[in-house]
Design a protein around this ligand. Structure first.
Ligand SMILES: Nc1ncnc2c1ncn2[C@@H]1O[C@H](COP(=O)(O)OP(=O)(O)OP(=O)(O)O)[C@@H](O)[C@H]1O
Ligand SMILES: [Mg+2]
Length: 591
């Protein structure tokens, strides 16, 4: 046992564990609590994010059970489990379902990771995938915890791990001494450079970074490597490690992996990644309409990049040096929204600041005003906004004179404003004023072609930001992510990549085992090739064709693996006659 005066292993790396908890929660979409073996709360999300570092004051029977038995514990209906029977906290307990997994390190249970369902939807999801969630948490926690604990251990241990790791990495690695001479090159590095071990070791090597970014510290960049009289252009990171240098070569697994900004057609808008047709068209349109003073309305699901587009328009306009002011109409209460937008003069109302206040519209003068979630603007303010747009002046609360303003308005919504208009929640006249230039952002599931590009974009972004090693991505992971329906769109993809770079063992490949189980559940997967265009649940007819499509795909794959039809039929678990019938039905004869 660890004496209670010294912090436990998990507690010693608390910030890391907390970060892991937050990310795990976001990808499995359940609350997460992590305690150590002495029942101190190390990390938590939502209602578990309080009292971190303190000993739990509830009786914690479930957690104690897991620590004592080193076994996982599932509660499908909290309060009804035998372990909950005598719990004194039963009445206040907000948990609907619970899955606790022991964190095992060197055969010891050093803590417990719990996934907690607080809603019925979450409860149903845990209960439908208990085994998957449990296996998953165990797998990921083993990687994460042992990696961080080992990092802590330091010393010789690390050096040994380090060398074995380098030798076994799929990523090319060079170790260079301070004298610029190569001390070690792993097999992959030799292959990439086209050298053999003996011609490299002890030779002098020069690195010349090619970068256009200021303050570039880490992350991938192109380097020209000069060696003997050869020069090679290689993408990689150079790290100073004590008295030597490490050069980590980027994975060259696909054409798009590192140079996602180079050599594509159409206008380049830095922050707006996407090369599929709709995105190229959108970028063209943005460059064309940016200089105009007309209002733009951006429509798109949550997380599709509406704000990114609004900022890009501002940046490409001749207002770029002037303010870009964003206001979220849904986030501010009605009474405040008016004074925020229009400002007030001194003494306008009780509680108003003595000097009055400049409204955001006025603050955006000569610049761009971004009205996010415009559908949530209350009707009274809609009228006032319309007046301001038509007269190009505003009337601060309590003011006797209007103030002239010159603003460009970009608004954004993920709601169906037509319906709002029909229901009388949104003014039609304002709608036409705001929607002079309509822009629609496609949901990510309609942009399958861009997914790989975006994956690498975010891997690059997050590894650079967090100073981690750029991982590879297994082909089946890419295939699956291309088919996933991404209800949270690009934001969800970005969060997932941030999570994955954190849990992937350093410098290794992100494989299926690291994907959260809820991503693997088929309801959120589209059929392989065609992305469906609506998010409405499939009608019965549609789901029949989806099944057929899946069957066709499976048969085609089996046929390509086995030239012998009998073996293919065996693998598919169908009779040979059925196989021939299906081959005919799906027109697969050639395969
Ligand atoms: N095309 C893109 N290229 C790169 N990053 C993007 C792109 N689109 C969105 N993102 C990133 O995804 C995240 C969500 O984007 P953004 O906030 O613009 O979405 P939104 O449509 O405004 O979502 P919401 O409706 O939820 O407010 C941000 O981190 C943004 O940087
Ligand atoms: Mg937004």
């Amino acid at each position: 046992m660890i004496p209670s005066t010294t912090p436990s292993m998990l507690m010693q790396i608390q910030p890391t564990i907390q970060k892991f908890a937050r990310m795990l929660s976001s990808v499995v979409q359940l609350e997460v609590e992590i305690v150590d073996s002495a029942l101190y709360r190390v990390a938590g999300t939502g209602m578990f994010s309080k009292q971190l570092g303190q000993k739990l004051n509830t009786n914690s029977r479930l957690l104690r059970y897991i620590i004592d038995t080193k076994k996982e514990k599932v509660v499908t209906h909290s309060r009804f489990d035998p372990l909950c029977k005598d719990c004194t906290n039963k009445q206040e307990c907000a948990e609907k379902a619970f899955l606790g997994t022991p964190v095992i390190y060197q055969n010891q249970c050093v803590g417990v990771i719990s996934l907690v369902a607080l809603t019925r939807e979450q409860q149903a999801r845990i209960n439908a995938n208990i085994q998957e969630f449990s296996d998953y948490v165990r797998h990921v926690s083993t990687i994460v915890v042992s990696r961080f604990l080992q990092d802590q251990a330091g010393g010789e241990n690390i050096q040994k791990i380090f060398l074995t790791m380098i030798e076994n990495m799929d990523q090319g690695v060079l170790v260079i001494g301070n004298d610029q001479k190569v001390k070690f090159a792993n097999q992959t590095a030799l292959k990439i450079m086209g050298f053999n071990q003996s011609s490299v070791i002890g030779k002098e090597i020069q690195f010349q970074p090619l970068t256009f970014e200021d303050n570039f510290k880490h992350g991938h960049m192109q380097h020209i490597i000069s060696f003997d009289d050869r020069k090679e252009l290689i993408i990689g990171q150079l790290h100073a490690v004590q008295d030597q240098w490490l050069f980590l070569m980027a994975f060259h697994q696909s054409h798009s992996s590192a140079d996602f900004s180079a050599g594509q057609e159409g206008p380049q808008i830095e922050a707006l990644v996407g090369e599929c047709r709709p995105m190229r068209q959108l970028k063209k349109l943005i460059t064309r309409v940016a200089p105009s003073p007309s209002s733009v309305m951006i429509v798109g699901e949550s997380g599709t990049g509406k704000e990114v587009v609004a900022r890009a328009i501002h940046k490409l306009s001749d207002r770029q040096a002037k303010p870009f002011i964003a206001i979220n109409c849904a986030a501010i209460p009605e009474q405040l929204l008016e004074s925020e937008l229009f400002g007030y003069v001194k003494g306008a109302f009780t509680g108003a600041s003595a000097n009055g206040k400049t409204g955001l519209i006025q603050a955006a003068n000569s610049g761009t005003l971004f009205l996010d979630e415009i559908g949530d603007m209350p009707l009274t303010l809609q009228a006032k906004l319309l007046r301001a747009i038509e007269s190009r002046e505003i009337q601060p609360v309590g003011a006797s004179h209007p103030v002239p303003v010159d603003i460009r308005i970009i608004s954004a919504t993920n709601q169906n404003l037509d319906q709002y208009i029909a229901e009388g929640k949104f003014r039609e006249d304002l709608y036409y004023r705001l929607n002079v230039i309509p822009l629609r952002l496609p949901p990510l599931r309609e942009r399958q072609e861009d997914i790989e590009l975006l994956i690498h974009y975010f891997l690059h972004l997050h590894t650079r930001r967090l100073n981690l090693v750029y991982p590879g991505v297994a082909q089946d992971v890419l295939d699956l992510l291309r088919r996933y329906r991404w209800p949270g769109n690009i934001r969800e993809l970005s969060n997932l990549m941030e999570y994955l770079v954190n849990v992937a063992p350093s410098g290794e490949i992100i494989d299926m085992s690291l994907l959260p189980p809820n991503l693997l559940s088929s309801s959120d997967l589209a059929e392989p090739s065609a992305a469906r265009s609506s998010s409405a649940p499939a009608s019965q007819e549609e789901s029949v064709t989806a099944l057929e499509e899946m069957e066709r795909q499976m048969i085609r794959e089996a046929l390509s693996r086995y030239s012998n039809k009998k073996q293919a039929a065996d693998e598919l678990g169908i009779g040979i006659a059925t196989l021939y019938r299906k081959i005919k039905k799906y027109d697969l004869a050639a395969g």
